[in-house]
Write a protein that binds this ligand. Structure first.
Ligand code: SF4
Length: 372
């Protein structure tokens, strides 16, 4: 375990913990002795000695940056992959989902605010696990892969990286659910070990929405990160949380859908997610289904072939329809596949159109439960 000379008593104790590790992607700041710049996410925090980055889980101790949540897990669950949502990546598979505390965003409507934001009130907590223990658990429960999710996995990058590397050796795939704010250099290093990502937009990627409701000055760097993920060969599905009244503009969806078509391709799955009042935004109602349907039409008009509506159990846009003939080739209810009609090579059985899917249908995804 690394130790720093001259650290305070509290820091000395911190440095002795197994979940405190030297961070990656930081550098000293020229002309500012003891200061560091973290380059893990686009915030690129400049952190004074003894202070934390915006995410609250990275601390400058004597001029070095440490991550304080390495393997400090707040959840380890079995989930159907459709819950991420990933609809076109190993459909019907099961993943072991893990998280820590902390986040680099401050969404006022966060559904997982107890773990993403509670560090401010409760401090750091969790159950310490090694990458070996996580991979062993995944194998024991016969999961198909591991997903880094619930809070923003960028902020526990080092643990994700080590676990993903090990998981690959045992034939497991890795996926992450992310706000897309990781820097391209961090994506590049993770590249060979990550297989897929769900990248979550909110409010259509509107700049004012990000400023006001998320505490992020500019969502534009997310697009740069998406290109890095594409170049790394990851499978990508894009979600967008539609917040009624303040984050449901048609023009924003048009712009986002057009960007996806032009840069990731028209076969990229796109999910419009229903907002539910939570955390500090309990004053708004759930998104009207008619708004989601209108925005889905707009996304299709822009050329996207697979547009889904999420968080509306039993809605027809939970299904996959053949883009050529409209036949419902995969039917779902919530996170579960209820009918699979594709041929062995993923073609529409009616017209032969090849549906864009990575990995084979696993036909599982029935278990759903907490392990820690
Ligand atoms: S990961 Fe945390 S410390 Fe690093 S730049 Fe992002 S918010 Fe700042």
């Amino acid at each position: 375990m690394a130790r720093s000379e001259g650290a305070s008593g509290g820091d000395e104790e911190l440095l002795s913990k197994p979940y405190v590790r030297l961070a990656r992607f930081w550098e000293p700041v020229p002309g500012k002795p003891g200061y560091v710049r973290c380059n893990l996410c686009h915030r690129r925090c400049i952190i004074a000695p003894g202070r934390y980055g915006v995410c609250g889980v990275r601390k400058n101790i004597n001029g070095k940056l440490y991550v304080l949540v390495y393997g400090l897990l707040t959840a380890m669950n079995l989930d159907p992959i459709e819950k991420k949502p990933l609809m076109h990546f190993y459909p019907g598979s099961e993943v072991l989902s893990i998280s820590t505390v902390g986040c680099n965003f401050f969404c006022l409507f966060c559904q997982n605010w107890e773990i993403s934001q509670s560090r401010l009130e409760k401090g750091l907590y969790g159950t310490y696990k090694t990458p070996e223990e996580v991979v062993e658990t995944a194998l024991k429960y016969k999961a198909d892969g591991i997903t880094y999710t619930y809070n923003e996995p960028t902020i526990f990058y080092e643990f994700m990286y080590d676990t993903a590397r090990l998981a690959k050796k045992y034939g497991l795939f890795n996926t992450m659910v992310t706000n897309g704010y990781m820097t391209p250099e961090a994506v590049k290093e993770l590249g060979p070990y990550m297989d897929a990502a769900t990248v979550d937009f909110k409010g259509g990627g509107n700049k004012e929405f990000y400023r006001r409701y998320i505490g992020v000055p500019d969502p534009e760097p997310i697009f740069e990160t998406l290109l890095a993920m594409r170049d790394a060969g990851w499978w990508l599905e894009i979600t967008n949380l539609v917040v009624p009244q303040v984050g449901d503009k048609e023009d924003d969806i048009r712009r986002l859908a057009r960007w996806i078509v032009e840069n990731l391709g028209d076969e990229t799955p796109f999910h419009l997610l229903r907002f539910h009042p939570d955390y500090k935004m309990r004053n708004l109602p759930p998104t009207p289904v008619s708004t989601l349907e209108k925005l889905a039409r707009i996304a299709r008009e822009e050329g996207l072939k697979y547009v889904y509506i999420g968080n509306v159990w039993g809605h027809p846009l939970e299904n996959t329809y053949c883009p050529r003939c409209g036949y419902p080739v995969i039917e779902r209810q919530g996170f579960f596949i209820t009918a699979w009609r594709l041929t062995k090579d993923n073609r529409c059985p009616r017209c032969g159109y090849k549906i864009n899917i990575r990995g084979e249908y696993r036909g599982r995804g029935r278990r759903w439960g907490l392990l820690i």
